[in-house]
Design a binder for this molecule. Structure first.
Ligand SMILES: NC(=O)c1ccc[n+]([C@@H]2O[C@H](COP(=O)([O-])OP(=O)(O)OC[C@H]3O[C@@H](n4cnc5c(N)ncnc54)[C@H](OP(=O)(O)O)[C@@H]3O)[C@@H](O)[C@H]2O)c1
Length: 308
C-alpha cells in the first residue's frame, strides 16, 4: 500500500516507517524541515513537505494514499490548547479526505483519563469530546468517520514508549532527577503507568494497518499499544535512582508542580492499561525489554532532552 505517515520523523513514526517499509509498503512522510526531509529520503521515503498548520498539504497527502498513519503532534505541553487544536484539525482534515473510500486511518491516542480506579481496556470509550478536551477530543471525532466509510483505528499508546534514544516523558523525569539530585515520585508513588517498548509499538502499527485493510477489518478499531499493564511511579523513580546513583524520595503533592514542572501532572496520574483484546485480535505479542530493564541497561543515560 501507499501509506501517508505524519510524524514520520518522530520517535514512534520513524520506527513505524521502518516496519511499514519492511512489510513492503511505500511510505510518504510529512516533513516540516529540511533535516526531517533528508532523514526520510535517506531511507527511501517519499517526502511531502508541510506543517500541521498546512492542512492543504495534509489533505493532499491523505487523498493520494491508500492509508494514513497520523502520528505528528505539536507536543506543546506548556500550552496544550495549541496541540489539541492542531490534533483536532488534522484528524478532521484526514477524515474528510478519506470519507467514503474505505481506506484505513490510524492515528495516535493515549490511555490517560479513560477510567478511574482500574486499568483501561480497549472497550473503554474516551470521555473526551470537543475541541477543549485533551487531545482536542480527536479520538471520538475520528470515530465519527467510521460511519462515513473510513476504517478508523485508534492507536492508544502507553504513556511511555521506551527504548534507547527516547526523548519522551521518562527522559524528562530522568533529567529532572539529575538536575535536582534526587529521584522523586509523587505522593506515595502507587499510581501506575502502562509501558511499551518502541519496537513492539511499531510492530503493532503495521499489524493494525493490515487488519484494517483486510476484508474483515473492522470499521472502527481501538488498539492498546501496551506491553506492561502498570509500573508504579515509585518503581520508576527507584530505577532512575539506581541508574544515576541518586537518592529516591517521595515528593509531597503540594510540591509536585514546583519539583517536576509541567510533567508533575502526568507523573502523578494513574495510567495503567491492558492490551488483552489487542493481543488476541492481532496475534501481537510484545517481546521488547521492560521499562525497568531499559532503565537498568542505560537507555536513558545518554540523551538530555531539550524539554527538560
Ligand atoms: N512517545 C510516547 O510515549 C507516546 C505516548 C502516548 C501517545 N503518544 C503520541 O504518539 C504520537 C507520536 O509520538 P512521538 O513520541 O513519536 O512524538 P515525537 O517524537 O515528538 O514526534 C512528533 C512528530 O510530529 C512532528 N511534528 C511536530 N510538530 C509538527 C508540526 N507543527 N507540523 C508537522 N509535524 C510536526 C515531528 O516532526 P519533527 O521531526 O520535524 O520534529 C515528529 O515527526 C503523538 O501523537 C504522541 O502524542 C506518544
Amino acid at each position: 500500500m501507499r501509506v501517508f505517515v505524519t510524524g514520520a520523523s518522530g520517535w514512534i513514526g520513524s520506527a513505524a516507517v521502518d516496519e511499514l517499509q519492511a512489510g513492503g509498503h511505500a511510505v510518504t512522510g510529512l516533513a516540516r524541515s529540511d533535516a526531517a526531509a533528508a532523514a526520510l529520503q535517506a531511507k527511501g521515503v517519499l517526502v511531502r513537505r508541510g506543517d500541521l498548520d498546512d492542512l492543504d498539504s495534509i489533505r493532499f497527502g491523505a487523498a493520494n494514499a491508500d492509508a494514513v498513519v497520523h502520528l505528528a503532534n505539536k507536543h506543546d505541553f506548556s500550552n496544550p490548547a495549541v496541540s489539541n487544536a492542531a490534533e483536532r484539525a488534522a484528524v478532521q482534515t484526514i477524515g474528510d479526505a478519506l470519507a467514503g473510500s474505505n481506506r484505513p486511518f490510524l492515528f495516535a491516542a493515549g490511555v490517560a483519563g479513560l477510567t478511574q480506579g482500574r486499568p483501561s481496556a480497549e472497550t473503554d470509550v474516551s470521555p473526551f469530546n470537543g475541541p477543549d478536551s485533551p487531545r482536542g477530543g480527536a479520538e471520538n471525532l475520528a470515530f465519527e468517520f467510521a460511519d462515513r466509510g473510513v476504517r478508523v483505528v485508534s492507536l492508544r499508546f502507553a504513556p511511555t514508549v521506551h527504548a534507547t534514544g527516547d526523548h519522551g516523558f521518562i527522559s524528562v523525569i530522568a533529567a529532572i532527577a539529575r538536575q535536582r539530585g534526587v529521584s522523586g515520585y509523587p505522593a506515595d508513588g502507587t499510581n501506575r503507568w502502562a509501558a511499551v517498548h518502541r519496537s513492539d509499538a511499531a510492530r503493532l502499527i503495521a499489524l493494525g494497518l493490515a487488519k484494517a485493510a483486510s476484508d474483515d477489518g473492522a470499521a472502527g478499531l481501538t488498539l492498546h499499544a501496551v506491553a506492561e499493564e502498570g509500573i508504579a511511579s515509585r518503581q520508576i523513580a527507584e530505577a532512575i535512582g539506581r541508574t544515576f546513583d541518586l537518592p529516591v524520595a517521595s515528593i509531597d503533592p503540594t510540591d509536585v508542580a514546583d519539583h517536576f514542572g509541567w510533567i508533575g501532572t502526568f507523573f502523578g496520574l494513574e495510567m495503567s492499561a491492558t492490551s488483552t483484546a489487542t493481543q488476541q485480535l492481532l496475534g501481537w505479542q510484545p517481546t521488547g525489554p521492560t521499562l525497568i530493564e531499559d532503565l537498568a541497561a542505560g537507555a536513558y543515560s545518554v540523551r538530555t532532552p531539550a524539554t527538560a
